[in-house]
Design a protein around this ligand. Structure first.
Ligand code: HDD
Length: 703
């Protein structure tokens, strides 16, 4: 609304309660009279004009004296900090950890003592290889880093969504990451392992084979950060009041179950919405659908460790859940997005060595190396030893020490004494009773650079993982390997990989060789120990076997047209929401569509911007005329064809026939095609959606 202004030449406008005024160049100024605070310099001096630099005359040169301009530009020029050397792209959220029962029998860690107690937490999910601006659906391991602000100090469980790792010794980490990142001469490919350097390193590193099976599985293309597991990977120790040790492995289990997308879908999601995972987490938390994970522990003693098939210090191995059941001990709920991405998600510093008393390390050589690397990297990235002063990193319990000064010190010891012992009687003092006590593990050994012989079996668990997958998942692994190796230009690297695959599963190696067009199969790679055939399959390793049998937290994309049946749409929406799922409307126009009763159906996406890859299932609520029109649009045909090819359930009004026909999808080809012709059909659609995908279709669509 235009208002009269005290300045005769300018118009003042009120927009959303802010007073804006037009400057001489037509640009909008916010006036100080509005309800907003007056802008100041960092030094606190109020700013009179933030639109024009100080000049010698309206068309003259800028003046050095313009301290506001110089400060603003100086600060902007220094906004970036180095991105993380790995896990650069990440997304975080706040929440809490709630303890189920007291674990005092096993650990004196304060957070596990009192049933029902809630402890604040912050989680950062990430991809590993890509830069900060890379796409979310890269085939990659996902970081799952949890900081729990316990009353006895912060506990960082810096895990991944995969329970094993590529290497057994931390000294190989720089090589692994160099090989995975863009090749140094050409600086591509970005956020991809599908290139010579990665597979060269991997094919020369047989210890990575178990991890290779995991990363070639659908685990590395999760549908949502909310639908994936997390793992502490290493074996840690719990220590109780009597200093007794119990080995422990940590697992996070998503309440909404596991789910992944298919590779062709991932490729398309990256184009349609590179922020797919971020947006999903943001939308869920902002709408009150707080994602939740259960913390489960595998607990075992020295005797179990001595008798287990593999070395429990070897991070390339798991303990199958069927052998040692994970016990739920608490839950993690994410219920608040950060106020500011940089301050919290970017500046959060996770460190494996952040453990409270009652949790301790083992001699896993990967973990031991990580305990150095995480402290070191924070200094590089955050620029000061005082990174623990940042609110996101500071403990939420009392803390006292004599560390002082350094860049950006925000709190320093007060008083005269900044050392111990002192004769001023000034604290703080160490406490042998309450302080962190390490497990007094007896140590003896020669100083050597050796890998333990108990770490020598690189193939048996890789085979076990492959054997534990459903046929669909095995096919996906073969296709992923084929895709990755198809981008490798050096035949010797491909062949070396085939020689490893032969040790894992001959049919897998043959399928990949066939697709790659390799005629002369190489010999199996040498294995230091015989590859075992006797490890029982572990169904817990399959995503499909452990589907949630619920559509909760998922999303249906409904394509509508003018003349769409309003009543049907409403019933569909009610049913979807009752299931705890969400519905989004895709319409031919941004403004939406006019329903058969004359009401407007508001659209969330226009057809080009809302491809079916963004949804878990789709519905076509179309009039005959609308279907005819959409049949002529490539984006609408792709919407249907992709949903079908990605094995999604498709509900449709009979009038949608022309669009289905043009997309080459037969209306009654399988049980995943659900006609909305009768009253029961909506129920059938929702019940079907609980299966998430119709995998049986995959054979015919040849994904
Ligand atoms: Fe690491 C970051 C997880 C091995 C060195 N790592 C980082 C993050 C996660 C992991 C989730 C991101 C934390 C965040 O969101 O800020 N890393 C793992 C897991 C590993 C692992 C589960 C194997 C079990 N990492 C590993 C090794 C080394 C590192 C062996 C080095 C010896 N990792 C780092 C790092 C990073 C990091 C360079 C980069 C940014 C950071 O630490 O804070 O220090």
């Amino acid at each position: 609304m235009a208002q009269s202004s005290s300045r005769a030449s300018n118009k003042t406008t009120t927009v959303h309660d802010l007073k804006l005024e037009r400057g001489q160049g037509g640009e909008l100024h916010q006036t100080a009279e509005g309800d907003v605070p007056v802008m100041t310099t960092a030094n606190g001096v109020p700013v009179s004009d933030d639109q024009n630099t100080l000049k010698a005359g309206a068309r003259g040169p800028a003046l050095m004296e313009d301290f506001h301009f110089r400060e603003k530009m100086f600060h902007f020029d220094h906004e970036r900090i180095p991105e993380r050397v790995v896990h650069a792209r990440g997304y975080g959220a706040h929440g809490y950890f709630e303890t189920y029962d007291s674990l005092a029998k096993y650990t004196r860690a304060d957070l596990f003592q009192r049933p029902g107690e809630k402890t604040p937490a912050f989680v950062r999910f990430s991809t590993v290889a890509g830069s900060k601006g890379s796409a979310d659906l890269a085939r990659d391991v996902r970081g799952f880093a949890v900081k729990i602000y316990t009353q006895q100090g912060n506990w960082d469980l810096v895990g991944n969504n995969i329970p094993v790792f590529f290497i057994q010794d931390a000294i190989k980490f720089p090589d692994l990451i160099h090989a995975a990142k863009p090749e140094p001469d050409r600086d591509f490919p970005q956020a991809q392992t599908a290139h010579d350097n990665f597979w060269d390193f991997i094919s020369l590193t047989p210890e990575s084979m178990n991890m290779i099976m995991w990363i070639m599985s659908d685990r590395t293309i999760p549908r949502s950060l909310r639908f994936m597991e997390g793992f502490g990977v290493h074996t840690f120790r719990f220590l109780n009041d009597k200093d007794e040790s119990t080995f422990v492995k940590f697992h996070w289990k998503p309440k909404l179950g596991l789910q992944s997308v298919v590779w062709n879908e991932a490729l398309k999601i990256n184009g349609a919405d590179p922020d797919f995972h971020r947006r999903d987490l943001w939308d869920a938390i902002q709408s009150g659908n707080f994602p939740e994970w259960e913390l489960c522990v595998q607990l075992f003693d020295q005797e179990f460790a001595d008798n287990f098939d593999f070395d429990i210090l070897d991070a390339t191995k798991i303990i199958p859940e069927e052998i040692l059941k994970p016990i739920p001990v608490g839950r993690l709920v994410l219920d608040r997005m950060p106020d500011n991405f940089f301050a919290e998600t970017e500046q959060v510093a996770f460190m494996t060595q952040n453990v409270p008393d009652g949790i301790d390390f083992t001699n896993d050589p990967l973990l031991q190396g990580r305990n150095f690397s995480y402290l070191d990297t924070q200094l590089k990235r955050l620029g000061s030893t005082n990174f623990t002063h940042l609110p996101i990193n500071a403990p939420k319990c009392p803390f006292n020490h004599f560390q002082q000064d350094g860049h950006m010190a925000m709190r320093n010891p007060t008083g005269r004494a900044n050392y111990q012992p002192n004769s001023w009687g000034a604290g703080p003092r160490e406490s042998p009773q309450r302080g962190f006590r390490s497990y007094a593990e007896p140590m003896e050994g020669h100083k050597v650079r050796l890998r333990a012989e108990s770490f020598a079996d690189h193939y048996s668990q890789a085979r076990q993982f492959f054997n534990s997958q459903t046929v669909t998942e095995q096919r996906h692994i073969a296709m992923a390997l084929t895709f990755e190796l198809s981008k490798v230009e050096t035949p010797a690297i491909r062949e070396r990989m085939l020689s490893h695959l032969l040790n894992i599963d001959e049919a897998l190696a043959t399928a990949v060789a066939d697709k790659l067009g390799v005629k002369d199969m190489p010999k199996p790679a040498d294995s230091a120990v015989p590859v075992r055939d006797d490890l029982a399959a572990s169904p817990a390793l399959s995503i499909i076997e452990r589907g949630p049998d619920s559509f909760k937290g998922r999303k249906v994309g409904v394509l509508v047209s003018n003349g769409a049946d309003a009543k049907l749409l409403k019933k569909l929406q009610d049913a979807i929401e009752k299931e705890g799922a969400m519905m989004e409307i895709i319409a031919p126009k941004v403004s939406g569509a006019e329903a058969d009763d004359g009401t407007m159906i508001a659209g969330k996406h226009m057809i080009d911007g809302g491809p079916s890859v963004l949804f878990d299932a789709v519905a076509l609520v179309l009039s005959a005329e609308g279907a005819e029109l959409l049949a002529g649009e490539a984006a609408a045909r792709d919407f249907v064809a992709d949903a079908f090819a990605h094995c999604k359930f498709i509900a449709f009004t009979p009038e949608a026939a022309p669009l289905l026909a043009k997309a080459s999808v037969e209306m009654d080809v399988d049980e995943g095609m659900i006609s909305l012709a009768d009253a029961k059909s909506i129920d059938t659609f929702i019940t079907s959606c609980r299966k998430l995908r119709l995998w049986a279709r995959e054979k015919s669509v040849k994904l």
